[in-house]
Design a protein around this ligand. Structure first.
Ligand code: SF4
Length: 399
């Protein structure tokens, strides 16, 4: 044990998705006055995520032997019994209620009490839960039914982050494109994006996290295809490139739907960058289906690819299907990542000599509008948006 003094305040450890990140921010603000408290905001999307959750719990306990250690997040729902049995854990907090001050027995944090750390890019959680039932996914178990934050609440959050210097807002959720469906006037994500842009004419950069392609409403499509303040970067919850596997995943789109969507987006905005989530080694996937998965990376020119080796999740239909062997799953994941890396390399090479608008971060680099990593001139202030004409590409960084 190092000689360093043991911390005594509150710590929130965040695992998993951008939604968890945004919620952990809110938790830190909510619990700012607490003492001797450690919270692990966990993830259960894959078996690996659960392993990392356990590791984070053990590490936190070693670092804070006297603190109260509570676990929330999706693993607190999906792996409830196992986590509750860990000697390091003092208790679990229901994922759906973790942002409710009453659960923590603290006063609701409002206005100035809600300290907002300064981020150049601020994630705002506008939607939670999911009403779908993809056969591989435990998120509906971990987060419950889909629910939307009302427009007024979203605008308040945007204002709060802009007031502390955020230059880019990222709207995030579990099934973001279902935003508004549960609200009294049954609205759509396009209407929300439109409302944010109208309320904040000074906001230069609005980005969206993962989208379900077939649920993109007409207004959202127009904004993605033509609105300069909406970043030309669309991350699709694609999952696979073969129709039979998409069917067995109970996804709501086909390969052709994805190809057509991207073709239409690029007609209006050729510079748009496509990202996607893809699963490797899904049960019953044969070599030809895997090849179709690799091919769609090239056909859509996916330059921001998140590849997940399939892992069976408790209680899901896919876990009852005939499973692939682990070496095959990992080999196919490596092949998909290699495909993304090749496509990305060609894309970045084409950006050399092309002017980029870059949001500067603390480390002398930042992200372009299409989410390429670009070096900024020395002395550029963090949070500034600058024009850069990259001349070189080195190790994935344009400079
Ligand atoms: S849409 Fe499917 S993959 Fe996404 S959270 Fe819902 S059930 Fe899971």
């Amino acid at each position: 044990m190092s000689g360093a003094p043991i911390a005594s305040g509150v710590e929130v450890h965040s695992l998993g998705c951008r939604l968890n990140l945004a919620e952990s921010e809110t938790l830190r603000a909510l619990l700012a006055g607490e003492r001797e408290l450690v919270v692990v905001n966990s993830c259960a999307v894959t078996a690996e995520a659960v392993r990392q959750t356990r590791q984070a719990i053990r590490r936190a306990r070693r670092a804070r032997p006297d603190a109260r250690l509570l676990v929330t997040g999706c693993a607190a729902e999906v792996e409830r019994t196992a986590l509750a049995a860990m000697p390091e854990v003092d208790g679990l907090v229901a994922n759906a209620r973790k942002l409710d001050p009453r659960v923590w027995n603290v006063a609701p944090a409002t206005g100035t009490a809600l300290t907002t750390p300064r981020h150049t890019r601020a994630f705002i959680a506008v939607q939670n839960g999911c009403d779908h039932a993809c056969t591989f996914c435990v998120i509906p178990q971990g987060r419950g039914p889909s629910r939307s934050a009302p427009v007024a609440e979203v605008l308040r959050e945007v204002e709060r982050h802009l007031a502390t210097g955020a230059a880019e807002i990222v709207l995030t959720g579990v099934d973001l494109t279902s935003w508004g469906h549960d609200l009294p006037n049954a609205s759509s994500l396009g209407a929300l994006v439109d409302a944010v842009l109208a309320a904040f004419p000074g906001l230069a950069r609005l980005r969206l996290s993962s989208l379900d392609g077939v649920e993109i409403d007409p207004l959202l499509f127009e904004l993605l295809a033509a609105e300069p303040r909406v970043m030309p970067h669309v991350h699709l919850s694609l999952q696979h490139g073969h129709d039979l596997i998409l069917k067995r995943m109970k996804r709501r789109h086909s390969r052709a739907d994805a190809l057509l969507l991207v073709e239409r987006l690029r007609t209006g905005r050729p510079e748009i960058a496509i990202g996607a989530d893809l699963i490797a080694g899904f049960p019953t996937e044969d070599d030809a289906m895997h090849e179709a998965n690799r091919a769609i990376i090239r056909e859509l020119s996916i330059v921001h690819g998140h590849v997940f080796p399939y892992s069976p999740r408790p209680g899901t239909p896919a876990a009852r299907m005939p499973q692939q062997d682990r070496p095959t799953i990992l080999r196919r994941a490596a092949e998909l990542r290699a495909e993304v890396s090749a496509v990305r390399g060609r894309w970045l090479a084409k950006l050399v000599g092309q002017p980029q608008r870059v949001l500067a971060e603390a480390d002398g680099a930042g992200y372009s509008e299409s989410f390429a990593r670009v070096a900024v001139p020395q002395g550029t202030a963090r949070g500034a948006i600058v024009s850069v004409m990259p001349q070189t590409l080195e190790a994935g960084l344009l400079a």
